[in-house]
Design a protein around this ligand. Structure first.
Ligand SMILES: [Zn+2]
Ligand SMILES: [Zn+2]
Length: 349
């Protein structure tokens, strides 16, 4: 089979590789599409502790069930089913796994990191993933291409599940990449009134956001953000702030622009050796502010994500700016890094 093999930093090659055999308790999937994630870009340029080269990365995967292990007689899947793979696989034994929070398991292993991923013609759903039912069947009106957005959208939904966005709320989003814009679209679906996106790469933000109506775009290099949010919200601040950018400034500023009883999501992580910030904790105390974290997603938010796409609450075609062949994977990764594309989806077969 054809596969893009990651050999190390800035070294990925599309070549022939032996097709994986389907173990007794495994499922083999013929990959249709795999979308390029910001994490794939980071792995390509900086490596990742759970990706040991040579490896096949890619975790935003849709495909068709090709083989089902002989030892899986009562599995809720049949050959030809169109599915999206759930990324995070837990140990299955710890208290978090027992509640289904596989993304937070201390020993979490993920498809496209620890396990072989989607930039290949076939991917295996390994035994622990089969036990955790790490797939969702695509709704009948969601194509395999559109389904490649279910994973990134599931992460956005996991983050917003904490935030109780209501009709009339002002939602401020730091970061105008695909994830920031997905947050905006989902906030709109919840009838938020003002949806404000802040990004210092303002030109890129403007060019991406023009497909999405009614967003307020702010350039932090030109505007006083605190004053601007005050004037938009009659001095009260935003009910919800989401930081979808790896920036300390955004996390600290969130507390300056949040309303009383406001909810903040630290959605994007900070660089691991530079993640301490300074906050005035009295602001949280006196104003009853909630600050939530969010990391990856679990099956529940995959199901919600597939439903939202099926109901057309989000238009996948606005996000998928390009579909490329596997041979162009490196070009695609470089394009995402340069901010020249929203979502690039690799067509595998
Ligand atoms: Zn992703
Ligand atoms: Zn666990």
């Amino acid at each position: 089979m054809k596969a893009a093999i990651f050999y190390g930093i800035e070294n990925i090659k599309t070549e022939e590789k032996e097709k994986p055999k389907c173990g007794e308790k495994e499922v083999l999937v013929k990959v249709a599409f795999c979308a390029i994630c910001g994490t794939d870009v980071r792995i390509f340029f900086s490596g990742h502790k759970k990706v040991i080269p040579p490896a096949v990365i890619g975790h935003e995967i849709t495909g068709e069930v090709s083989e089902i292990g002989k030892g899986l007689s009562d599995i809720d899947l049949k050959i030809g089913d169109k599915i999206v793979l759930v990324t995070s696989i837990g140990c299955g034994k710890c208290p978090l796994c027992k509640k289904g929070f596989y993304n937070l398991c201390p020993d979490t292993k993920a498809i496209g990191y620890f396990y072989s991923g989607g930039y290949a013609e076939y991917v295996t759903i390994p035994e622990p993933a089969v036990q955790q039912k790490a797939w969702v069947k695509l709704p009948s009106n969601v194509s395999l291409l559109e389904g490649a957005l279910i994973e990134p959208l599931s992460c956005v939904i996991n983050g917003q599940n904490y935030l109780d966005i209501e009709k009339g709320d002002t939602v401020v989003i730091y970061g105008g990449g695909p994830i920031g814009l997905m947050h905006a679209v989902i906030a709109r679906a919840k009838e938020a009134e003002n949806i404000i996106i802040i990004d210092p790469n303002f030109q890129r933000l403007e060019s991406f956001a023009k497909k999405f109506e009614g967003l307020i775009l702010l350039d932090p290099k030109k505007e006083n953000i605190k004053e601007k949010i005050k004037s938009i919200t009659s001095g009260f601040g935003a009910e919800v702030v989401i930081t979808a950018a790896p920036a300390k400034e955004a996390q600290m500023e969130a507390l300056e622009i949040i309303a009383q009883k406001g909810r903040i999501s630290f959605f994007g992580g900070l660089p691991k050796d530079n993640s301490n910030i300074t906050i005035d904790s009295n602001k949280i105390h006196y104003n009853e502010i909630s600050v939530f974290g969010s990391f990856a997603s679990n099956r529940v938010s995959f199901v919600q994500s597939a439903e939202l796409i099926s109901q057309r609450k989000i238009a996948p075609e606005k996000f998928i700016t390009e579909v490329i062949p596997l041979e162009d994977i490196e070009k695609g990764i470089r394009k995402v890094r340069a901010g020249e594309a929203l979502k690039i989806v690799v067509k595998i077969s």
